[in-house]
Design a protein around this ligand. Structure first.
Ligand SMILES: NC(=O)c1ccc[n+]([C@@H]2O[C@H](COP(=O)([O-])OP(=O)(O)OC[C@H]3O[C@@H](n4cnc5c(N)ncnc54)[C@H](OP(=O)(O)O)[C@@H]3O)[C@@H](O)[C@H]2O)c1
Length: 293
């Protein structure tokens, strides 16, 4: 029987969790194994396995597409999470659910504490907020907010920028949104530390890498690691014309959470370096060669 169940395990966070704990005591369920909207199957799995924890990495994460897929975004990020939290409560499974810095929109330039007032702009952010409320209402476990997640797996800012730098492409990158890039490897290690440590109180926590930068700064740092000299032009959000609004300042103040959960953290640049080094070693280096050389 699995002590821990991970849902949405084929996403970048799910895959990062797996890098540190293989199948065994942990059972990884991707979308084909379990669609989190299927409450009956979830209930059966939890009754059979009786896990201590369920780590929910499943989410609708297409921020721009959500603007025209409201029903789907809320079904996965809101309603399914409500049912999942209720089933966890019923079966005595502790829930660790991931949320986002995007619940903080509007103006302001101070880091957001766990108690700060949220202002989710855009459908993705609002649907994720609905999930937070659902978990908190249930008392089933913890909501862990993180920010600007990236990894060496497919489809994320780090991989896209690196690929374009190595291809010598000129880039235009938004410079007026400030946040903290967080390597999914660091978040994964923090999550293992939480679920394998002293049981935390139910509630809301923050965890991200440390420091602040814009997407433009992030891209320039990736270019530095790649050792290329392609042009990266800083642009404003209005020039990028994304379908969904994004916060101009979404720094998470994670000091209280890190104290309470006894978690360390590193500066975002160190996170990017670790991710880059890990990418070089991924699949004994063949991955990098295949993709970029
Ligand atoms: N990415 C970021 O920048 C960021 C920042 C802050 C917080 N977060 C949060 O961090 C968590 C993990 O994000 P991530 O970056 O790892 O996302 P991701 O790579 O998009 O992974 C999400 C996973 O959820 C799966 N999924 C979608 N709908 C599902 C459903 N109905 N049932 C079961 N699985 C389903 C997806 O499967 P398919 O691939 O088959 O669709 C995918 O494998 C999410 O809660 C996200 O909101 C992300």
């Amino acid at each position: 029987m699995a002590r821990i169940i991970v849902t949405g395990s084929d996403g970048q966070l799910g895959r990062s969790l797996r890098e540190y704990r293989e199948q065994g005591e942990v059972r990884y369920l991707n979308r084909r194994d379990l669609d989190i909207r299927d409450g009956a199957s979830l209930r059966n799995i939890l009754k059979e396995e009786k896990p201590q924890w369920l780590i929910n990495c499943a989410a609708y994460t297409a921020v721009d597409a959500a603007e025209t897929s409201r029903t789907l975004a809320f079904a996965i990020n809101g309603e399914a999470v409500r049912t999942l939290a209720q089933i966890c409560k019923e079966t005595g499974t502790r829930l660790l659910h991931i949320s986002t810095d995007y619940v903080f929109g509007g103006t302001g330039n101070l880091p957001h504490a766990e108690t700060s007032v949220v202002h989710p702009e855009g459908i993705y952010a609002q649907s994720k907020r609905a999930g937070e409320v659902a978990v908190q209402d249930s008392g089933a476990g913890i909501v862990l907010r993180t920010s600007w997640l990236y990894s060496y797996f497919e489809r994320n800012f780090f991989r896209t920028i690196l690929r374009k730098c190595l291809a010598g492409e000129s880039l235009r990158v938004v410079a007026d949104q400030i946040g903290t890039p967080t390597w999914a490897g660091n978040l994964a290690q923090a999550i293992w530390h939480i679920v394998e440590g002293v049981t935390p109180r139910a509630g809301l926590y923050h965890y991200s890498d440390l420091g602040a930068c814009s997407w433009y700064d992030f891209a320039c740092y990736i270019r530095k690691l790649a050792g290329t000299n392609n042009c990266i032009e800083p642009i404003g959000s209005e020039e990028w014309k994304a379908a969904a609004p994004r916060p101009h300042f979404s720094l998470l103040d994670s000091r209280q959470s890190r104290r309470e959960l006894n978690l360390g953290a590193v500066n975002w640049m160190e996170g990017v370096e670790c991710c880059y080094r890990a990418l070089l070693q991924y699949e004994n280096g063949t991955y990098f060669e295949r993709e970029y050389k």
